[in-house]
Design a protein around this ligand. Sequence first.
Ligand code: SAH
Length: 343
Amino acid sequence: MILLDLNIEELEELLASYDCRRFRALQLYKWLASGCGFSEMSDLPKSLRDKLSCDHIAQPIKISESIKSKDGSVKFLYELCDGNIIEGVFMPHDYGNSLCVSTQVGCRMGCEFCASGIGGLVRNLTAGEILGQVVSVNKFFGGNLSDRKITNIVLMGSGEPLDNYDNTVKFIETVSAPYGINIGQRSVSLSTCGIVDKMRELADLQLGVTLSVSLHATLDEYRRKLMPIANKYSVTDVVSAARYYFKKTGRRVVFEYSMVKGVNMNFADVRRLAEITKGMSAHVNLIMLNKVDGKNIAGCTKQEGERFCMKLRELGVSATVRRSMGSDIAGACGQLRRNRIKV
Ligand code: SAH
């Protein structure tokens, strides 16, 4: 078993089955969340460590490669215990450092512009494998539990978090637990392609996380061309689930919108976006598409993007063009993994 899959109560139960006192669980958890292996856990009896290491895994994530961009972001390639490879990116900002984490190996959503879905879904990540990304990168930068090198998390790596709902929710709970790495839920953003039922379920949990919704189009007809999930849920369904999330949590919802010239950047789109965001706390994050090999979809120029953003603002919509990082290191979803697993 991957020990980082467990929360502290579950770890206590596990240790009880080894005839071990409860207080040991907290000691063990601190080591696990600091990115340490069994051999480093110096305040735990050697006999216990030996027994645990026969049956369990302390660190499920091994950083196999790191590539630094000119802009300071760092792309990571991680190896999982079964040999699968996933990726993530660390981005320094003036307000802190964020880590983009993956929730699945591959993805089955098949969005037109995205590299993660090209090979389909391989498997879900466990909660501990998602947490392990944060733990290992924190350690990589010399951080520990009192001096964290990661202050924000974005669930925007490979995979659809709400397609791996239980493990994602458990990850949000463990990453924000005070006994662990303790990143507040308000510093976690979850991005979804719009799985409506799960958005509502998440809203009912009333966690503090920011919900980002990959909208990308205001009309079903065009959204269906970009995102197969749009055949299941209409724009109206997705927006009403986003409104429900806002109502339940009071958290501002972010709509992600990849700009494609001549397709979703007309004045009618500006008006519809204004309608969609009216009466709720919402922000439109305009995305300059990253070119993906084998995908024939073009975005727009920086100037066209800025102009579209201005028009939204003129109608009172809170909007910004997303600052792109790591374009020289295949920073976007799934790009690096694709390069590496290509034979
Ligand atoms: N599955 C989730 C999270 C992963 S993608 C989701 O769909 O939201 C995170 C964001 O990056 C999404 O808004 C996605 O649409 C966007 N994205 C994917 N590929 C991209 C590319 N090539 N260029 C720019 N943005 C991309």
